[in-house]
Design a binder for this molecule. Structure first.
Ligand SMILES: CC(C)(COP(=O)(O)OP(=O)(O)OC[C@H]1O[C@@H](n2cnc3c(N)ncnc32)[C@H](O)[C@@H]1OP(=O)(O)O)[C@@H](O)C(=O)NCCC(=O)NCCS
Length: 177
């Protein structure tokens, strides 16, 4: 672990640097990912999203977005990205832990993500049963992971995953929380 890294909740002042970090990490392919499609539905939660700073520059970012599925609500974690020069220093894991902790404090029921189980498993994320959730674009089911902050909350969180602002009841767009 390096010590001169500061972790802060995200602010609008970080937006440009975060965009560069995500471009560097994921390239133009990020725009066709299922998680990106969900995030297009509305804003992310700045208070639950975090950046890592080194020498006043943003070197890593994790964003959290409110989502809904069936009768359930939760958060979608991502993108998570660390600048190449700062990889493998524990920064990604620290950002995930901060986001999970903030989500717990905000009494969110669960956190969903699309990512690598070997990385997120040790951080508490478990594979969502195949067919339980439907993403707006094709996703390897083995990469749909979740952590239940409220035990059992995944049972209500079922079906099509959308941005919470896009959640529809009887076909009428409405904010659900
Ligand atoms: C994946 C990423 C966020 C990890 O952040 P990081 O700060 O470099 O990682 P950490 O220091 O927290 O953890 C490092 C450990 O995770 C492992 N790891 C990194 N990426 C991994 C992956 N995709 N799958 C499994 N393990 C992974 C490393 O091998 C290392 O293992 P070790 O502790 O046994 O040596 C970073 O590499 C990154 O930005 N990658 C490009 C974007 C990306 O893939 N984001 C994740 C989207 S799901």
């Amino acid at each position: 672990m390096i010590t001169d890294v500061t972790y802060l909740p995200e602010s609008p002042a970080h937006d440009v640097e975060i965009e560069h970090i995500n471009e560097e990490a994921f390239g133009p392919g990020r725009f066709v990912r299922a998680a990106y499609k969900i995030r297009e539905g509305g804003p992310h939660e700045r208070a639950l999203s975090f950046v890592a700073l080194h020498d006043a520059a943003v070197i890593a970012s994790v964003r959290m977005t409110r989502v809904a599925a069936g009768k359930g609500t939760g958060l979608l974690l991502g993108p998570l990205a660390v600048r190449p020069a700062f990889k493998n220093l524990g920064i990604g894991r620290k950002l995930v832990r901060l986001a999970v902790q903030a989500s717990e404090q905000a009494a969110m029921p669960l956190i969903l993500l699309v990512g690598d189980e070997p990385y997120y498993g040790p951080l508490g994320f478990r594979r969502v049963p195949r067919g339980h959730l439907t993403m707006p674009r094709p996703v390897d089911p083995a990469r749909i992971l979740a952590i239940e902050i409220v035990p059992g909350s995944l049972s209500d969180f079922q079906g099509d995953v959308q941005h919470a602002d896009r959640f529809t009841i009887s076909g009428t767009a409405t904010a659900c929380i």
